[in-house]
Design a protein around this ligand. Sequence first.
Ligand SMILES: Cc1cc2nc3c(=O)[nH]c(=O)nc-3n(C[C@H](O)[C@H](O)[C@H](O)COP(=O)(O)O)c2cc1C
Length: 168
Amino acid sequence: MNSPALAFDATTFRRTLGMFATGITVITARNRDGSLIGLTVNSFNSVSLDPPLIIWSLANTSSVREALETCEYYAVNVLARDQMEISNLFASKTADRFKDVEWEPGLGGAPVLAGCCAVFEVRNTLRYPGGDHVIFVGEVERCDRSEREPLIFFNGRYASLAGNPASA
Ligand SMILES: Cc1cc2nc3c(=O)[nH]c(=O)nc-3n(C[C@H](O)[C@H](O)[C@H](O)COP(=O)(O)O)c2cc1C
């Protein structure tokens, strides 16, 4: 069946999605050969409290797709306001993204990055096709948070919180 003609183009869709402000995460894992994988992701969100499930999506064209589809665990590192360089590094084509980054091994050896706002250590349970992305739904086995402020992504740019929401 033919899809109906869309009333908007890809740029309009992307720019409209950009009005949904998000945090920024780096998804990390350890490959079967022991090498480390990580990429910047803002499609992360919560799904379920019981059981504790999270969701995010990965481009079908990602160089680490096979590794992320087959690893047992991955970590979702929620970046803090001062971690813009880490966001850029893990969105780049740099081969060894972990060379100058401080981390320690978490569940399944997935790297837990230092200095983040929060981390979710996730069992890689479910994956679904989602157009030009793969949708990952994972089960959180461990999580941790700090009082650091988050890095925000809005309208195609980095931003930070204007005030402390805790005092609002
Ligand atoms: C703010 C931001 C958010 C991003 N979110 C996603 C995402 O949700 N899913 C995704 O597949 N790529 C996302 N990317 C792009 C990847 O980080 C980027 O393409 C990365 O270089 C992929 O590396 P790879 O080709 O080795 O997979 C995002 C990039 C930025 C800067």
